[in-house]
Design a protein around this ligand. Structure first.
Ligand code: GDP
Length: 167
């Protein structure tokens, strides 16, 4: 992951899921280059040789035609979920399967962060896994990890899974 090759990771999730917090936990104490906003809900951060493309899945209908541009050469997709947000889990589910149907992502690894585990009433990783029907994902390798982005708990276990899958 930290060699000379370039890697591309796409981070997706609804607004308020914790994407920015997670990214900045990874990038702590590092100088990062943020490119000028590509679109209203797409952002790119480059750190060492890893390109992180971050998407808000809310209200992006109009941008969908451009998705494949961003997916090309993506090695991993990180899906960040606010585990207290039960109402919008169906939206995540819908967007997740639409995304995984893209040819460009047929070989990508999928890491799901069940974030905000510190909050009362948060769904467990296995509950989210069941609701999203993750076992039905056959093409891609996937992994779900509970975490708390505020403290960083669980984040590196997730990254370790990614590192273990790097070709
Ligand atoms: P984004 O819209 O997905 O980029 O979400 P942000 O990273 O901006 O986080 C949205 C809000 O949730 C912020 O107020 C964060 O401080 C908060 N947040 C993120 N992760 C956690 C967490 O693990 N636990 C708690 N309690 N709050 C979190």
């Amino acid at each position: 992951l930290f060699g000379n090759e370039e890697h591309k990771i796409v981070i997706v999730g609804l607004d308020n899921a914790g994407k920015t917090t997670i990214l900045y936990q990874f990038l702590m104490n590092e100088v990062v280059h943020t490119s000028p906003t590509i679109g209203s809900n797409v952002e790119e951060v480059v750190w060492r040789n890893i390109h992180f493309i971050m998407w808000d899945l809310g209200g992006q209908q109009s941008l969908r035609a451009a998705w494949s541009t961003y997916y090309t050469n993506t090695e991993f997709v990180i899906v960040v979920i606010d585990s207290t947000d039960k109402e919008r889990l169906t939206i995540i589910r819908e967007e997740l399967y639409k995304m995984l149907a893209h040819e460009e992502l047929s070989k990508a690894g999928v890491l799901i962060y069940a974030n905000k585990q510190d909050l009362k009433g948060s769904m467990t990783a296995s509950e989210i896994s069941r609701q999203l029907d993750l076992t039905s994902i056959k093409k891609q390798q996937w992994h779900i990890q509970s975490c708390c982005a505020l403290t960083g708990e669980g984040l590196y276990q997730g990254l370790e899974w990614i590192v273990s899958r790097l070709k």
